[in-house]
Each structure stands twice: as C-alpha cells, then as structure tokens.
Design a protein around this ligand. Structure first.
Ligand code: ADP
Ligand code: 5GP
Length: 202
C-alpha cells in the first residue's frame, strides 16, 4: 500500500502500570511501528541510554527546543520536563510508519487537538494497590519519588475516560493480546483505508 500515511498511537497510563512491559513485544512483532524517543530533563535511571530511552537534556536545552517549536507537545511531570521531538514523528508518519508516543495525560490531550486522527490508548491497573506494588517492586525510584508518582497517578487515572481504548493490565499475556487487538482494529478504521478503497475500486 503506497502513499499510505502512518497512524499516531498515543499511549498513556500511570507510572509503573506496565506500559513498557506491554509495548515492547508489540514493537518487536511490528516493524512498521516505532516508538518516539522523548526529550526529558530528568536524570537517567541505571541502564537507560541517552538517545534510546530518552534524550537527556538540561532545562536550558529543553526550553530552547520549546522556543524553536521543535516539540510536538511537552508537559511538566513530577518536577521535570518531558516532550516529543517533532521532526521524527512527522517524517515517519509521512513515510507510512506508525509512531507510538508513550506520554502522560496533559501531553496526550494536546495531541488530541493537533492530531484528531490519532488513536488514544490508556493502560489501567486492575486496582490502585496493584499499581503501588508494581511501582515499588520495580525498585528504580527512591520512596519519595514513588510517593510523588502515586499522587500523580491518582490524578491521571481520572483522565482514563478521555481515551478511545482502555487496556487493563492484569496479566501480561492477556493484556498484550488486547493491546494487539486494539491497534489492529484502530488500523482497520475506514479513515485509514481511503487510499486502498479508491485504488481497489478504480
Ligand atoms: P511503566 O512503563 O508503565 O512505567 P513497567 O513496564 O516498567 O511500567 O512495569 C512496572 C513494573 O511492573 C515492572 O517491574 C514490570 O515487570 C511489572 N509488571 C508489568 N506488567 C505486569 C503484570 N501484568 N503483572 C505483574 N507485574 C507486571
Ligand atoms: P518516566 O520518568 O517514568 O520515564 O516518565 C514519566 C511520565 O512522563 C510517564 O507518564 C511518561 O509516559 C511521560 N512521558 C514520557 N515522555 C513524554 C513526552 O515526550 N511528553 C509527555 N507529555 N510525557 C512524556
């Protein structure tokens, strides 16, 4: 299918809910989909590589990027800036690739205004207690950061109803299957098939 634009997938959920865990196998199985690498002012966690997990930058550099309109969206979360570099997303979509933005709710709502055709997916924990356990169990943040993130999670969970699809991450295998099914269904929407319909009916 030539001349087909890619789909923008906005993917959110509270910190520690399992977004990375569920998306990794999807991306592995779907080379037509790529994850956008965000820019952030937070410090790298052990094992996070610059340019892979994030582009780790100073506040000055981030603010420069905002001023130059280099970000598709950005937000402050837990005291740090996070933003989506514009160029890569626009290029890949134009080339027909699907681009996944793993971003928090405020940024997602900005995308909803600028890319109304994007598909919005929210990962929900089966309960708040389970979220607490996962975030603590991951062991990547000190207790005060975990507390801050759980407070942010409370607010974010209220925004779940603004999304098109909810994936409850109860068990990794089943939740992963639902994620696969949801993206597949989103890609089959008529609005993404116009070119093909025209071509086949010519
Ligand atoms: P996020 O990307 O949303 O911050 P992660 O993917 O890092 O979350 O997952 C947070 C922690 O929860 C990790 O230790 C991960 O192994 C674990 N986890 C993810 N999904 C499940 C699940 N369905 N059941 C149990 N543990 C899970
Ligand atoms: P973390 O510090 O756990 O990597 O990310 C914290 C939160 O920031 C997560 O909810 C993550 O999805 C979100 N985030 C990551 N990159 C971006 C981005 O480019 N823009 C916005 N708005 N949020 C982001």
């Amino acid at each position: 299918m030539m001349n087909k634009k890619g789909m923008l997938i906005v993917y959110s959920g509270p910190s520690g809910v399992g977004k990375g865990t569920l998306m990794a196998p999807y991306l592995k199985a779907h080379p037509e989909a790529v994850l956008s690498v965000s820019m952030t002012t937070r410090a790298p966690r052990p094992g996070e590589t610059d340019g892979v997990a994030y582009y780790f930058v100073t506040r000055e550099r981030f603010e420069q990027e905002i001023a130059q309109n280099g970000l598709l969206e950005y937000a402050q979360y837990s005291g740090n800036y996070y933003g989506t570099p514009r160029a890569m997303v626009e290029e890949r979509i134009a080339q027909g690739q699907d681009v996944v933005l793993e971003i928090e709710v405020q940024g997602a709502m900005k995308i909803k205004k600028t890319f109304p055709d994007a598909v919005f997916i929210f990962v929900l924990p089966p309960s708040f207690e389970v979220l607490e356990q996962r975030l603590t169990g991951r062991g990547t943040e000190p207790p005060e950061v975990v507390a801050k993130r759980l407070a942010a999670a409370k607010a974010e969970l209220h925004s779940a109803s603004l999304y098109d699809y909810i994936i409850v991450n109860d068990e990794v295998g089943r939740a992963g299957e639902r994620l696969e099914a949801v993206i597949c269904a989103a890609k089959c929407q008529t609005k993404y098939m116009k070119n093909l319909i025209d071509k086949v009916s010519e």
